[in-house]
Design a protein. Structure first.
Length: 365
C-alpha cells in the first residue's frame, strides 16, 4: 500500500521554498543597491578633490606716493533768519500758527573748519597771554622801584595796566607810587626844569605852568615862599599835562588820571539817597581850612565841631557842591553826605595840592 503525503504538509513545504527564494532575491537587491550607492559616493569624492584651474585676476600697479587732493574753498552757506508766521492769515484767531522750522545749518567742510581753527584759538588765548604779560611787566616795575627808579617803575606799571585794564594789583601799585613821584624832585616825563630868574616867585611860576603853588613847594622842598636865583626847580607842566577826575556813585570811588593814564584811586562818600548830581563839573575855587556855609543857617567857622567840611574844600561851578574832607572817616565808602563828594582829610589834602583850578570832575552813577 503506497503512502501519500497529506496535502497540508505539502503546501507547507512549498511555502517555505517560496519564502527562501524571496529572501535570497531581496538580499541580492540590497547588495546591488549598496554597491551602486558606494560607487556614486566614491565618484563624487573623486570629482571634488580634482584641482581647479587657477584664475588670474588683473592687479592694478601700486603707486609709491598718493598725490595730494586739494579741496576747493567752499564758502559757508548763509543761514537766512526764520520768517515769522503770518498770524493775520490764520483761519481761526484762537489757533496758534505753527512756528516755521529753523533751517539746520549746513555742515562745514573740513577744509574750511581747519582754516578757522588757528585764528579762533589765538583769540581765546589772547586774554591769558595779556594777563601773563601784565604780571611779568608789573614784576619788572617793582624791581625798578626797589632800585630807586620811580619814573621807570611808573612807565612799566602803566604798560602792565594797558595789558590788563582794571587790574587791582597794578592800580594799587600806581596809587602808592603817585605822590612820592609827583610831589618830589624825582624826574618824570611830565615835569620840566626851571632855573629861577630874577623876578620869579612861586605865584608867578604857578601861573606860568598852570600848577598849584602847594605842589611846587612840596615837590621842591621849599619852606615858606622863598626861592633863590639860580636854583633849579622841577615843576609839573600843567599846560601840557592835564589831570581829570571821575567819581562813581555806585562804587563810591574817585579815579584820578593824568593825560588819560591812571594816576590814583581814592575812596569817597557821595550823597544820601543818591542825591549827588551827575555830570561834568569844573573846580573853580580851592580853600584850605574852609568855613561851612550851611544852607538855611549861619556860617560855621573852621574848627567848629559842627563844621563838616574837613580840612580842605574844592568848589564846583555848581553852587553848593564840591569835594571836601571829613571828621567822620567811617562814613567813607558809603552814600552818607549831603550831596557833595566827601574824602578823608589826608586824601582831600593831596587833591588840593596837585589839582589846579579848572580841573574837570565827572560824576557818574
Amino acid at each position: 500500500m503506497e503512502l501519500q503525503t497529506p496535502p497540508d504538509i505539502y503546501l507547507m513545504k512549498r511555502e517555505k521554498s517560496r519564502a527562501g527564494c524571496m529572501t535570497a532575491l531581496f538580499a541580492a537587491l540590497i547588495v546591488v543597491a549598496l554597491a551602486v550607492i558606494f560607487g556614486l559616493v566614491h565618484w563624487f569624492n573623486q570629482r571634488g578633490t580634482e584641482p581647479a584651474e587657477p584664475v588670474e585676476f588683473p592687479v592694478a600697479p601700486i603707486q609709491d606716493e598718493i598725490p595730494p587732493v586739494q579741496l576747493p574753498d567752499i564758502p559757508l552757506p548763509e543761514v537766512k533768519p526764520t520768517a515769522k508766521p503770518d498770524t493775520k492769515s490764520a483761519a481761526k484767531p484762537s489757533a496758534k500758527p505753527a512756528p516755521a522750522p529753523t533751517p539746520a545749518p549746513a555742515p562745514v567742510p573740513e577744509a574750511a573748519a581747519a582754516d578757522t581753527t588757528p585764528e579762533s584759538a589765538a583769540v581765546e588765548q589772547a586774554p591769558a597771554a595779556n594777563t601773563n604779560e601784565a604780571v611779568a611787566t608789573l614784576a619788572k616795575a617793582r624791581r625798578k622801584l626797589k632800585a630807586g627808579d620811580h619814573a621807570a617803575a611808573r612807565t612799566l606799571a602803566l604798560q602792565a595796566l594797558a595789558a590788563s585794564p582794571g587790574d587791582a594789583a597794578t592800580e594799587e601799585f600806581l596809587s602808592e607810587l603817585a605822590m612820592p613821584l609827583l610831589a618830589s624832585q624825582r624826574p618824570m616825563p611830565e615835569k620840566v626844569e626851571h632855573v629861577v630868574q630874577s623876578g620869579d616867585y612861586l605865584g608867578k611860576l604857578a601861573a606860568t605852568y598852570n600848577t598849584p603853588v602847594a605842589l611846587i613847594a612840596k615837590a621842591n622842598n621849599i619852606q615858606g615862599a622863598t626861592i633863590r636865583i639860580g636854583e633849579t626847580l622841577r615843576l609839573l607842566d600843567g599846560n601840557k599835562h592835564i589831570f581829570a577826575l571821575t567819581v562813581s556813585k555806585s562804587r563810591n570811588d574817585c579815579v584820578v588820571t593824568l593825560d588819560g593814564n591812571f594816576f590814583k584811586r581814592y575812596r569817597v562818600s557821595t550823597g544820601t539817597n543818591n542825591i549827588t548830581p551827575t555830570g561834568v563839573f569844573k573846580i573853580v575855587d580851592k580853600i584850605e581850612h574852609p568855613p561851612w556855609h550851611k544852607p538855611g543857617s549861619k556860617v560855621i567857622p573852621y574848627g567848629s565841631p559842627d563844621n563838616q567840611l574837613g580840612t580842605h574844600w574844592l568848589a564846583f561851578d555848581q553852587p553848593g557842591y564840591g569835594m571836601h574832607g571829613t571828621w567822620e572817616p567811617d562814613s567813607i565808602g558809603k552814600q552818607s553826605s549831603a550831596g557833595c563828594v566827601r574824602l578823608l582829610n589826608s586824601d582831600i589834602e593831596e587833591l588840593y595840592t596837585i589839582l589846579p583850578k579848572g580841573t574837570l570832575v565827572t560824576i557818574i552813577e
